[in-house]
Each structure stands twice: as structure tokens, then as C-alpha cells.
Design a protein around this ligand. Structure first.
Ligand SMILES: [Zn+2]
Length: 435
């Protein structure tokens, strides 16, 4: 089944003509409305009129996460705030978060693309969709929600967490589809089993899983535990949110990128040079329709490759392979993007700590765990009730990490000069997960 038969099966030539037209419009618009792009195009000695073919895209400079941070919060918006109907943001302390905006039309297109994803998963308006992606500033919950409504399906806006309640609703409401992170799906399955529930006999038929990297082995595990078909979805808030690319039920081998709205490139993360189809590199996106927050050649830092071969589902849209890693130090913890620098920003705001810390990430019972070890300084022992001071400091760090980054962490204070010191680039993170 295909939601938008015409545009999801356009012949290559027609698709590329459409991409070029939309690219030219986007480039003109950002050049005239966003100071950042006007300056960066000028620095690269390129003007909107230089974009005559799709190949000319390569003449445009990249946009990076740092550019987004430097223009916090609204510096890259291409429309006045009166035209913006929604704001989403990544987690992080002020200046380290990234903020994205949407016009009414942006939300409509996002909803359409999410509806495409649900239909690619074999869903119709007759289905009930259990949406366990987080609602809020994170794009997952509302993105999937609007797509499900666009399709006309019945959506359960349960959001994340409270697993026992999730299981009760899965039993009682009988949804045919579930949306969440793949690790949370496994966690739900395990907790259900532990409660004595036959998780294979629920009405669930399909799962749409994303927001963190996962493997084929995990797919097999989830499918066995819940007796469903598990599909991979891709998106990121900067580019739109979930629904940039989606696996189809028929192919189940790579996610179709909605190329009528996004141009994907693969580049060498070290040199920025374009790489051919099939080669593994960093994924770069240019948006073709976004009004409030258009992006030119945005470096996602996700490592993957493009699959140009035709798919048995009939879609002509190129596919991207699973994301297998990052070209930066970003961690994905229970679906939340976390940079070590954000944890550091929290720590420097708290008295009594040394700038030496270690982050340990693991996966226990299919849930990611985050532990932060940080050295206290000598001064902390100078006061009166040392134990109480230490306990309060620990609590404060836990709270600040939760408040600013949206993840729960275990915090361990250690004595001065006990953590490893680094010469050159510090490796602050130990990631024990095997994904
Ligand atoms: Zn397909």
C-alpha cells in the first residue's frame, strides 16, 4: 500500500526535475531571509543563481549542529514568528539546545509524510496506533500523532514511561501498531512476560521503531517477543522529526527517503567529499519544502549508505541503510540525544566539582543506563557535615541532568585525582552497549 501513489512512485527524471525546482526556490528563499545563509553563501562565493542543476548543490556550504547552536534560539528561522505555529527543541542547557520551528504548512507536510510511513507499515484508518514516543519538545510523540490522525487511524497518545500502564492498554485497547524506541519495545515485552502476560497474543501486528540505532538481531528478538513485524523509521528534529525515511513492509531492507521533500547525500565525514551510492559515510540532508526552518546540506553525523536499487514495493524513492554509528560523540540514551559536552555544562554549574568526569553507558534489561562519575574538589571536605554535602551535591547533579537533558542518570562522586587523566583528546565516554 502507498499513501501518495503519485509522488512516491515518480519516475526518476520527474522526481529530479521536481527536486531541482524546489531546491532553487529554497536556496533563493534562505538567501534572502536568513542572514546566516546569505553570509555563508557569500563566503563560499556562490549565489542562488549558480544552482542550475542538482549537481550544483555541492557548491553550497554545509550547515552543522554548531551553526544551529550559534543561532540559538531562532536565528535560522526563515519566517516571522507570527507564521510559526509550533516549536520543538533538543535537550540541553541554554545555547546548547537546538530549536526548530514549523509553519502551518510545515506541520501539514510532516503529517502527510508520517501518514506515508504508517501506510508503508500496512496500516489504514481502521487501525489503532499505540504511540509511546515521548510527547513534548521532542518531535517523536507529536510527529507520529499528527501522522496517525492524518491517516484517520485511532491514536493512543500514551507517550513514554509507566510501562505497566502501557501493558494494560495494549491488552485492553487492542492496538494493531506500536511506535516507540526498539529497546523500549523489548522492555515492554519483558515486563509483560514477567507479569505473566502472553505478549505474543496481543492484537499488535506491526511496530514502527526509531530514535536510536538498532540491529537486525534486535529486530528478530522484538518480532519473536511480540509476534509482530518490526519496521525501522528515521528522522531527526533538525530536518523535520520522524518520517524523513521509512522502511516498507514489502522490502524491509532500508528506509525509503521521501526525496520529493529532502535531498540526501553521503559524504566523507573527514573531508566532506561526496561519496558514491553504496559507500558508507555521513548522511547530509537539504530540505526542499520547509518554510520556517529550511536547512541546506545539514550534516546529520549519522553514518549510513544509500541503496539506489529498485524496491519490490514499487516506490521509486531511494533507500538508506540502517544507521550504524555517528561521526561525532553524540550518545543516544533511551531515545534522547545527549552530548558529553552537555553533561559537562551541567557539571560546571555546580560548586565543589572538579572538571574531571567519566560517563558510563550500558544497557540493562533492554534499557539504557547512564552513570556519571565526577571528582569532587578538596574544598568540599572543608565544611561541616561532609556526608550531607556530598549527598546534596549528588542529588543536585541528578536533578540538573534530568531537568536539562531529559534523562535519568546515576551519579557517583569520587575523590580528587582518582579518574583517569588524558593526554590530548579526552575520552570521557565508556559505552558498554552492544547494539
Ligand atoms: Zn520499498
Amino acid at each position: 500500500m502507498i499513501f501518495d501513489e503519485e509522488f512516491e512512485t515518480l519516475p526518476r527524471e520527474a522526481l529530479e526535475a521536481l527536486q531541482l525546482k524546489r531546491l532553487q526556490q529554497t536556496v533563493q528563499r534562505v538567501y534572502h531571509t536568513v542572514g546566516f545563509y546569505r553570509r555563508s553563501f557569500n563566503d563560499a562565493d556562490v549565489t542562488p543563481d549558480d544552482i542550475r542543476t542538482l549537481g550544483d548543490l555541492r557548491r553550497l556550504p554545509f550547515t552543522t549542529k554548531q551553526d544551529l547552536r550559534d543561532n540559538y534560539p531562532f536565528g535560522l528561522f526563515a519566517v516571522p514568528m507570527s507564521s510559526v505555529v509550533r516549536l520543538h527543541a533538543s535537550s540541553g542547557t541554554t545555547g546548547r539546545a537546538t530549536v526548530v520551528g514549523y509553519t502551518k504548512r510545515d506541520i501539514e507536510i510532516w503529517s502527510d509524510l508520517m501518514a506515508r510511513c504508517f501506510v508503508a507499515a500496512g496500516l489504514t484508518k481502521n487501525d489503532i496506533i499505540h504511540n509511546a514516543y515521548g510527547y513534548g519538545l521532542f518531535t517523536g510523540g507529536l510527529g507520529a500523532h499528527y501522522g496517525a490522525e492524518k491517516l484517520g487511524a485511532s491514536v493512543i497518545p500514551i507517550s513514554g514511561g509507566n510501562t505497566k500502564r502501557q501493558i494494560m492498554i495494549l491488552q485492553d485497547f487492542g492496538p494493531s501498531a506500536i511506535c516507540c524506541t526498539p529497546s523500549y519495545a523489548l522492555n515492554i515485552a519483558e515486563q509483560g512476560q514477567a507479569m505473566g502476560i502472553d505478549m505474543r497474543s496481543l492484537k499488535l501486528r506491526v511496530g514502527i521503531f526509531g530514535a536510536e540505532p538498532w540491529s537486525e538481531e534486535m529486530r528478530v528478538q522484538i518480532e519473536a517477543a511480540l509476534n509482530i513485524q518490526a519496521l525501522n523509521i528515521y528522522g531527526l528534529s533538525e530536518v523535520m522529526g520522524p518520517g524523513v525515511a521509512m522502511e516498507c513492509l514489502e522490502g524491509r531492507e532500508g528506509m525509503h527517503i521521501f526525496e520529493d521533500f529532502f535531498i540526501a547525500e553521503i559524504i566523507d565525514p573527514d573531508t566532506g567529499a561526496p561519496m558514491p551510492h553504496g559507500a558508507k559515510g555521513e548522511l547530509v540532508f537539504t530540505t526542499l519544502s520547509k518554510e520556517a526552518f529550511p536547512l541546506i546540506r545539514y550534516r546529520t553525523r549519522d553514518i549510513t549508505s544509500l541503496i539506489p536499487a529498485p524496491c519490490r514495493c514499487g516506490r521509486t524513492l531511494i533507500r538508506m541503510d540502517r544507521v550504524t554509528g555517528r561521526s561525532d560523540d553524540m550518545l543516544i540514551i533511551r531515545g534522547v540525544n545527549v552530548f558529553p559536552s552537555q553533561i559537562e555544562a551541567v557539571l560546571v554549574g555546580i560548586e565543589g566539582l572538579e572538571p574531571h568526569y567519566q560517563i558510563i553507558v550500558d544497557r540493562v534489561n533492554n534499557l539504557d543506563t547512564l552513570e556519571v562519575q565526577v571528582e569532587v574538589n578538596e574544598k568540599i571536605f572543608g565544611g561541616g557535615d561532609v556526608i550531607r554535602v556530598l549527598q546534596n551535591t549528588e542529588k543536585r547533579i541528578v536533578k540538573d541532568i534530568k531537568d536539562y537533558l531529559g534523562v535519568s542518570a546515576k551519579v557517583k562522586l569520587v575523590e580528587p585525582k582518582t579518574l583517569q587523566r588524558f593526554e590530548g583528546k579526552a575520552s570521557r565516554v565508556i559505552d558498554k552497549r552492544h547494539i
